[in-house]
Design a protein around this ligand. Structure first.
Ligand SMILES: [Fe+2]
Ligand SMILES: [Fe+2]
Length: 309
């Protein structure tokens, strides 16, 4: 499917067929890769695909079909959560902090080899080279208070006006120092389903205004679970004597995300839930999905390294 879609996008996007075939026969990786490609049209696109393809009805129809399928699978994994208006922020923080999924950072801290770290960086690059962009889609969908808070958080992610401090740029600089390609999505082909899907989830939540609560809940879980693991990664990278640039990237996140987590939970998510109570449960759904996807990612990469998770 992904090959067929790419070939048609290059030649005549209007001729794309919507029906991806019997769900029984669809290969999960192929479907995830196809959705990644279709989503990419709304980011920077492809050198050999016309920018018009982004709004081609046939392209949108297939994207919608694959997004619905993805969302249905995510909803099927979600156990649900009783939301309280009074204690929303504390509940959300506690919900995220109670996560006990396997930790790649702990393994990197004390055991990983330099080659394993390079693999981790290549897989993570699919997200980090466009870090924060998926959440930005949500900004115009928010009411006043959560919008102001998200803008503050994103301003920091985007370097506070300094291109050299933009987080995606810090990551690219680190990849270069590690001797890796910094070309956007260069390592996509080696990434497993878990990486494709975690990126698709963020774009789905961001692009679809209906899912603004899930998008912000995802962001909150991401920020709350970043600072401590980033600290472990810093120690692991120092143990291995790796390039200063990659250490700098994670060190930046030890500090930044210890503030971002409070902004995301209290100023964005709690404010959003207060303004739009119908989004409250989806905020938890988004947080759960982030943690669930991270756990699947961790099992995939630790399993590949032969570590029980
Ligand atoms: Fe960041
Ligand atoms: Fe952050």
């Amino acid at each position: 499917m992904s090959e067929r879609v790419l070939t048609t996008l290059r030649s005549d996007p209007g001729r794309l067929t919507t029906d991806p075939g019997d769900p029984q026969d669809v290969d999960e990786v192929d479907a995830a890769l196809t959705l990644w490609v279709l989503h990419e049209l709304s980011y920077r696109g492809f050198e050999d695909v016309s920018p018009d393809a982004e709004w081609e009805p046939a392209v949108l129809a297939l994207r919608r079909h694959l997004q619905r399928d993805l969302e249905a699978r995510l909803r099927a994994r979600w156990p649900g959560h009783e939301v309280s208006r009074e204690t929303f922020a504390d509940d959300l923080m506690a919900f995220i902090e109670s996560d006990d999924g396997p930790s790649v950072a702990s393994y990197v801290h004390s055991h990983a080899s330099a080659d394993q770290v390079l693999e981790l960086v290549r897989w993570r690059s699919i997200y980090h080279l466009r870090e924060s962009d998926p959440s930005t889609w949500t900004l115009p969908r928010l009411t006043t208070a959560p919008k102001a808070a998200l803008a503050e958080l994103q301003y920091d992610e985007y370097g506070s006006g300094r291109p050299d401090r933009l987080h995606a740029h810090l990551f690219a600089r680190a990849m270069e120092a590690l001797g890796l390609s910094t070309r956007y999505a260069d390592y996509l082909d080696e990434c497993p389903l878990e990486v494709l899907e975690m990126n698709n989830v963020m774009t789905l939540f961001g692009l679809d205004g209906r899912l603004r609560g899930a998008s912000m809940g995802h962001l909150a879980a991401f920020e709350v679970t970043s600072s401590v693991p980033s600290g472990r990664l810093v120690k692991g990278l120092q143990r291995l004597g790796m390039a200063e640039e990659i250490i700098d990237y994670y060190a930046e996140h030890v500090v930044a995300d210890s503030v971002h987590d409070q902004i995301a939970v209290r100023l964005i998510c709690a404010a959003l839930a207060a303004d739009e109570p119908d989004q409250a449960e989806d905020i938890f759904f988004g947080a759960f999905t982030c943690l669930d996807q991270e756990a699947r990612f961790a099992r995939a990469i630790l399993g590949r390294w032969g570590v029980a998770a």
